[in-house]
Design a protein around this ligand. Structure first.
Ligand code: HPA
Ligand code: ZN
Length: 324
């Protein structure tokens, strides 16, 4: 048998660090922190990973976070993700975190950012993997809560590259967060937002025109609106697509039906990412492998997807150019 080639170098641009909590670590942290989980075994927990939609997933995602309490917990979680990502060819990772999901449980934002930062700095030294942090607002919480969260993060802004918007999309349009995005931009941060995952193309328009996003997370429903596709193509706005997530959350029926190839053919700047890999069946390389097999993508297309991931990143020009 010929040796398997090393994984293609890539950047991961859509990854919720809380979504990397594997059952094994969840149980270890539960024990360390004396937290009772509503599942007796890891297998019992895994059996719950069959989701009907985004909200069904979010209910478990937020519940399991109860095990994350200390700076060490956040550092261990992040370290475990970076080790897995590195093994799958990830050279650069732009990582979402959800501060409100932790502060609501009495965990200080400094504890969260402190733990994440410690692991990111260590990974850069040991794996040579570069990283950025993106602080997300929970869109099913109020605009005031997002503003309070942003203000509470001011002492840590030098650790943050961008703000993002996630959680339950339908009924929580981007326009609700106009003010906090204006504030973030004024502070020199980049802006991204989940839009067009379950929500309509109108939410992608709002993310572009009202929030002024530099990237759209998911955006798969943009294909329903020709004028929107033309706009995304003309401006080469990156879309961080998450194929295995789209199947698990029933945004598409089967991976074979995923519009990734149609999106590339339309001229969209598409990237492939893992979203919440512990819940959706795979990390960045697994997502590349899955779309390769299901959509019969050739090597040139896979290289385009990998190149797109660096083009769409927030790396500085010089570093990005070295990957292209
Ligand atoms: N969509 C919206 N919010 C999220 C997701 C997602 O896929 N994962 C974690 N928070
Ligand atoms: Zn996401």
């Amino acid at each position: 048998m010929p040796p398997t080639p090393p994984p293609i170098p890539k950047a991961e641009l859509h990854l919720h660090i809380e979504g990397t909590l594997e059952p094994e670590l969840a149980f270890a942290l539960a024990e360390r922190n004396g937290v009772e989980l509503p599942y007796a075994t890891q297998d019992e927990l895994r059996a719950a990973y069959s989701f009907t939609d985004l909200q069904d997933f979010l209910d478990l995602y937020y519940a399991l976070m109860a095990v994350l309490r200390t700076e060490d917990d956040f550092a261990d979680l992040t370290h475990a993700y970076l080790a897995r990502a590195r093994a799958q060819g990830v050279r650069h990772a732009e990582i979402f975190f959800d501060p409100q999901a932790h502060t609501a449980r009495g965990v200080a934002i400094g504890t969260v950012i402190g733990g994440l930062s410690r692991a990111l700095d260590a990974a850069e030294r040991t794996y040579g993997i570069t990283t950025r942090l993106i602080m997300c607002f929970l869109r099913d919480e109020s605009a005031e809560s997002a503003l309070e969260t942003f203000e509470s993060a001011r002492p840590y802004l030098d650790r943050l590259t961008a703000v993002g918007l996630d959680s339950a999309e339908v009924g929580n349009p981007p326009s609700k967060f106009r003010e906090v995005y204006a504030r973030a931009r004024e502070a020199g941060l980049k802006c991204v937002a989940h839009a067009g995952e379950e929500g309509p193309p109108a939410y992608v328009w709002e993310a572009l025109d009202i929030l002024g996003v530099d990237r759209v997370d998911h955006g798969v429903r943009s294909l329903e609106d020709e004028a929107l596709v033309a706009r995304l193509v003309a401006d080469q706005v990156p879309l961080t697509v998450c194929p295995l997530s789209n199947v698990r959350l029933r945004v598409v029926d089967r991976l074979e039906d995923h519009p990734l190839r149609a999106m590339l053919d339309a001229g969209l700047l598409v990237t492939v990412n893992s979203d919440d890999p512990a819940y959706f069946g795979g990390y960045a390389g697994d997502n590349f492998d899955a779309v390769r097999d299901a959509l019969r993508l050739d090597d040139a297309t896979l290289r385009t997807l990998a190149r797109n991931s660096f083009r769409a990143s927030f790396l500085d020009e010089g570093t990005r150019a070295a990957y292209l």
